[in-house]
Design a protein around this ligand. Structure first.
Ligand code: DAH
Length: 355
């Protein structure tokens, strides 16, 4: 009996020492110490042995069991540590690796990117960004902005009127410009104010340089002591931020119903020297003029302040300037986009160039 115990122990020790995984070890535990294994069975049978053998056999079998248990436990602890280390190594995340998938999912449309770029410039100058309704009343779109009764933009052939939207100044239409927000803002906010209004506008026009829907950004600043010099300095900062630090501005007299004086603003061409490109050829971007027309602007007309006089706007004490630019136009000039319709055709070959 005692020899058998020694034999079992020897064999078990050899197998335990070569077990390679915790699963193999568990199988050995069942094989040698499990309920049906030989050694425990032997221990159970000790009671039936003659009295003089019981002590020695019982002791040796018990010792063998304890030795094997200890060996298995030690090996199990080793495996557990090794397997944990391996699992941790497997799970290891290298946060410095590029994201997956590495390729970006998309990017802003050039018009959104341009709008945001312009917003950034004016936010940097202390302006707020607000938005307004796309369906406007004739009052806000034309009347309060000092458009005469015969102004051509009022014509049904030029603008999208909405049926059943009221009569006279309450009649509704898709706004033809972002300027109506000048009035809405002044009705809600006493001076001083400095805001820009990006948004969609609508006109009944369709060709390579006109689409029925396009985007503008309106600007309005009102305070005490504002002059045309402030307007020019502000727009120069804008032009340099968007088109390059060397840009100059030119203001040409113009007419808008809601500003007086009104100007059209040109930026010096950023691809040529005074209309001529390297090699002496005429610049195709500015058509050889050296100037690019970028926006309309002017000092707020006193008659516009009159429309909001009960809201704290008095032309005797306050002045302001306003401007309106086309986002498409800025993007076309800056990126050399030849046809306005590219913006709306959703051709990825076009869009992806501006990612
Ligand atoms: N609303 C004008 C348009 O759509 C653009 C414009 C011109 C806006 C002069 C202004 C401005 O605020 O001062 O043609």
């Amino acid at each position: 009996m005692i020899e058998r115990v020694a034999e079992i122990q020897k064999q078990a020790e050899a197998e335990i020492s070569t077990a390679a995984t915790s699963v193999a070890l568990e199988q050995l535990r069942v094989k040698y110490l499990g309920r049906k294994a030989e050694l425990p069975q032997l221990l159970r049978d000790v009671a039936e042995l003659p009295a003089e053998q019981r002590g020695a056999v019982g002791r040796s079998a018990n010792e063998a069991r304890q030795t094997l248990e200890a060996l298995i436990e030690a090996a199990a602890a080793r495996f557990e540590a090794e397997e944990l280390t391996a699992a941790l190594a497997d799970d290891n995340v290298d946060v410095t690796l590029p994201g997956s998938p590495v390729e970006a999912h998309g990017h802003h449309h050039l018009l959104s990117a341009t709008r945001r770029e312009i917003e950034d410039v004016f936010c940097g100058l202390g302006y707020s960004v607000v938005e307004g309704p796309e369906v406007e009343t004739v009052h806000y779109n034309f009347d309060a902005l000092n458009h005469g009764p015969a102004h051509p933009a009022r014509a049904r052939s030029d603008s999208f009127y909405i049926e059943g939207g009221g009569d006279g100044s309450e009649q509704t239409l898709l706004r033809t410009h972002t300027s109506p927000m000048q009035i809405r803002i002044m009705e809600q906010t006493p001076p001083p104010i400095a805001l820009i209004v990006p948004g969609r506008v609508f006109r009944r026009d369709s060709d390579a340089t006109h689409t029925p829907q396009f985007h503008q950004i309106e600007g309005l600043l009102v305070d005490e002591g504002v002059t045309l010099a402030d307007l020019k300095g502000t727009l120069l900062a804008f032009a340099r931020a968007i088109f390059g630090a060397d840009r100059e501005l030119r203001l040409r007299p113009h007419f808008f119903p809601f500003t007086e004086p009104s100007v059209e603003v040109d930026v010096s061409c950023f691809v040529c020297e005074q209309g001529t490109v390297a090699g002496g050829n005429r610049c195709s971007l500015c058509k050889g003029t050296g100037w690019l027309e970028v926006l309309g602007s002017g000092m707020v007309d006193p008659s516009v302040f009159a429309a909001v006089s009960e809201h704290g706007y008095d032309p005797e004490s306050h002045q302001g300037f306003a401007f309106g630019l086309g986002i498409e136009r800025i993007a076309m000039l800056k990126h050399g986009v030849p046809d306005l319709r590219f913006f709306y055709e959703n051709d990825l070959r076009f869009l992806r160039q501006f990612g």
